[in-house]
Design a protein around this ligand. Sequence first.
Ligand code: INR
Length: 296
Amino acid sequence: MEKYQMGEVIGRGAHGVVHRGLDLKTNQTVAIKKTHSKHYKYGIPSTTIRQISLLKEMEHDNIVKLLDVISNINNECYIIFELLDLDLKKFMEIYPEESMDKHRIKNFLRQILSGVSYCHKRRILHRDLKPSNLLLDLNGYRVKIADFEWAKKFDIPFGGHTPEVVTLSYRPPEILLGSPVYSTPVDVWSVGCIFAEMAMRRPLFDGRSKIGQLTKIFRIMGKPNEKTWPGVSSLPYYQTYFPKWIPKNLVEFVPNLELAGVDLLSEMLCLDPARRISAHDALEHAYFNDDYDDVH
Ligand code: INR
């Protein structure tokens, strides 16, 4: 670690602590993520190794850049990343409502979808997209996707994924219903939830339990049936009792969005993952047709 100087803690995630740091050779500020090895007696955790190998093969404006990896004789692992100013969660908490106007929402969503589309093209699922994992560069309002601890290559073998991924508020209905297989639509659902949250400034679906979360989703999106989602009734937790809620118009919930945005949001929050819009197609949606770019 003599190449870098550790500074104060700036972030604390489930898998490690992020410090501000300095590259002593170039004098560049960096972010240093130290994965806590004390919980892993037998070396560097496999999720960390997976995260590093995935991040190493990715190069995109909207994905946080990995700069260096250092591991010492004690099996402590430090990942050196580019440093950003803050995450989208904090941004929404501390900045006034006007800082998230409809142009900024569109600009942020475009960047998030570009990063996600890039991951999916490379067969990488992020599996934990949420505002605290989206980092902002306030000088130019660049958004970068971070925290690939849960990320996974999805080529082969398909299926048998860990079901308990994605923070509850951003977790898609197929995972909540116990589907043994899932794919890229899980990330699109999470981005849809983040899109709504940017417009509402609070989570659209904020359940406290898995059933509570499904209830919040179905109350707004309607209870799915075999017609709206073929195969849904054979998912493990479908038989749990839910009233036959009718889908609501999302306009009531996100008054801050223009109609094309509400239309895109409803395509991203399509209950049936097979019919949910892809990140790539979302970028082609009419919502993005105007060329207004906000740099202010
Ligand atoms: C900040 C974080 C600034 N910068 C939290 C944060 C608050 C304010 O997590 C962070 C990071 C950064 C960060 O600048 N670069 C990275 C986090 C992560 C990777 S990770 C890289 O993987 O999410 O922990």
